[in-house]
Design a binder for this molecule. Structure first.
Ligand code: ADP
Ligand code: MG
Length: 348
């Protein structure tokens, strides 16, 4: 007989539905998930007995099963529920209600990080540099904060994975901004974020840990092979269409070649951002420099992609850790939380 599981790996099956009118199509790389099997394999290799559960809709059966399994911890890879990324925080909240310790950030940090403008305001209040920007909500026309200069980038206020970011996102005129804002309103049905375009280097900073977080490594996007007519951004195609010129022209290099002083500054900005948002276990902070080399935070990503070929695992390798090392470290953090806290009082 198979021994009972002691942990679960929870994931949402990738959404394949495209928003009507969207230029961001689904490519094989958007639908394949390589994190689930790799994480379950690492856990099994270390003697855990993981049970992998695909979460579609949240049903009474799912809740019953989780309560029956009563796992020591859940490896939480649910980024959305039924295609709705706003439900990522609600799912973490469900685990909190059920009293199941889980990996990654809590419901509050996941919800907060989804709102890029609020995160910018929070970081700014903490003295962390962010690009000057404003939001334009559907139905409103005021969009430009005083002092903002062209070119600007227009992106959705609450999306990830470069959804809504394409070759037209960098705008040089008010007319172009108007067109791109309408695109975000019409297709993504949410506020558009308008920011000064930072015309410098781009860094992804992977952070691991709970009370004493540390930077694993800084990765840089090399834009050298991007066609000259393409803006130097990591657009949706650059992230997901492996056959595109945009993908081939945005190569991550880890560790980035940066002078010691800049590395220290990037690390301290990353850790301050991680703490400000309340990230837990693992996260990635995206940054850019302006033409003068000053560093700014674009966004904070709690629970970033943990696939073996994605940036976080690459940063771990650069820091001398194996894939299994980071999976186990993140899992142990969740277990330790479970040991520390009383079970939640719930009515299930
Ligand atoms: N203010 C900005 N200046 C320059 N490039 C930007 C700016 N904001 C976003 N970008 C580009 O767009 C990409 C996606 O934006 P980001 O805010 O990281 O959203 P996502 O959650 O989709 O990753 C970034 O990786 C970067 O290349
Ligand atoms: Mg990003």
């Amino acid at each position: 007989m198979m021994e009972a599981c002691d942990c679960v790996v929870l994931y949402n099956s990738a959404a394949t539905a495209e928003k009507p009118g969207s230029r961001e199509k689904s490519y094989p790389a958007t639908t394949a998930r390589e994190d689930v099997g790799a994480i379950a394999g690492s856990l099994a290799g270390a003697g855990y007995r993981p049970e992998v559960i695909a979460v579609g809709r949240v049903t009474a059966d799912l809740i019953r099963r989780l309560l029956e399994l009563a796992p020591r911890f859940a490896f939480n890879l649910c980024e959305e529920i039924d295609g709705d990324s706003g439900m990522e925080m609600a799912f973490a909240g469900l685990l909190e209600l059920l009293g199941i310790p889980f990996t990654g950030s809590d419901s509050f940090a996941l919800g907060l990080a989804l709102d890029k403008f609020r995160v910018k305001q929070l970081l700014e209040a903490e003295g962390i540099p962010v690009p000057l920007g404003g939001i334009c909500r559907p139905g409103s026309t005021s969009m430009f904060p005083p002092g903002m200069k062209f070119p600007v980038i227009v992106k959705p206020g609450r999306e990830d994975a470069s959804l809504g970011v394409n070759g037209d996102s960098v705008c040089a005129t008010a007319e172009e901004v108007g067109r791109q804002v309408r695109y975000i309103h019409d297709v993504y049905r949410q506020e558009a974020l308008i920011e000064e375009f930072l015309d410098g280097r781009e860094f992804n900073v992977s952070v691991i840990g709970e009370e004493e977080p540390e930077v694993l490594a800084v990765s840089e996007i090399d834009f050298a092979r991007l066609p000259a007519n393409e803006p130097k951004i990591v657009s949706y195609r650059a992230k997901w269409d492996e056959t595109s010129a945009q993908f081939g022209g945005t190569t991550p290099i880890c560790p980035a070649a940066i002078p010691e002083g800049m590395k220290e500054r990037i690390d301290s900005i990353a850790l301050a951002s991680y703490r400000a948002v309340g990230c837990r276990d693992y996260a990635r902070v995206d940054m850019r420099t302006d033409a003068s080399g000053a560093v700014y935070v674009l966004e904070v990503n709690p629970n970033p992609d943990l696939s073996p070929q994605a940036g976080f695992a690459g940063a771990a390798r650069a820091a001398g850790f194996s894939y299994a090392d980071i999976v186990l470290r993140i899992s142990e953090s969740a277990i330790a939380r479970g040991d520390r806290f009383e079970p939640a009082i719930h009515a299930f």
